[in-house]
Design a protein around this ligand. Sequence first.
Ligand code: DX5
Ligand code: ZN
Length: 222
Amino acid sequence: MKNYVAPSLLAADKQRLSEEIKLAEESGAEYLHFDVMDGKFVPSVSFGLEELEKISKLHKMVNDVHIMIENPDEEAIKYAKAGADIVTFHIEALPCMGCLAKTIKALHDYGTKVGISIKPRTKVNALDPFLQDIDLVLIMSVEPGKGGQPFMKSALRKIKYLRRVIDRHHYDVLIEVDGGINEATVASCAQAGAELFVVGSGIFRHANYSQPLKELRDLARI
Ligand code: DX5
Ligand code: ZN
């Protein structure tokens, strides 16, 4: 199984974002994780549409956009149009389950991949009915809203469950994990069956990004 590390731009130096993106790309990252927060679904506000439009033009990594916002059924398509390759929204933020199918269809019709994320307290089997229609599941291993929090081990059980279900049905769904991923936690996530590892502080707190990226990949046995 091929595994990937996605540096999370939330932990980068906001004063020199374009340089940070260039450094992440040069260090070999294939995905760039972009966190959108609206101050409602989560308390903080981070990047938005305008920044996404700008940064999309600056690199060729997969634009992995994680929207932690209310009403993703109305908003998700705007992020696709702003340059996301994957838009991942939270199941908890949807006003109705009927909206979910509509949101998936709108993104797919536009040619954008679709991810669904669950917060630590949401049951993993809430994802079951949608696995055949989506491209990615994002397991939050911290409460969404900020970087630098410790990894919650309860994510491992969820990853293992999804790995089993996805393999059994041969679904084409990538398992991504986000929050507290570093040299100490990445291997257990890989063993559980995750394939895409979001790393914020675990990369951007270093002076050079190639070294931690390489180390994380080795630990995830890439
Ligand atoms: C948190 C965000 C993460 C965050 C991860 O809500 O979704 O992507 O940047 O940061 P670390 O890797 O520092 O936990
Ligand atoms: Zn994220």
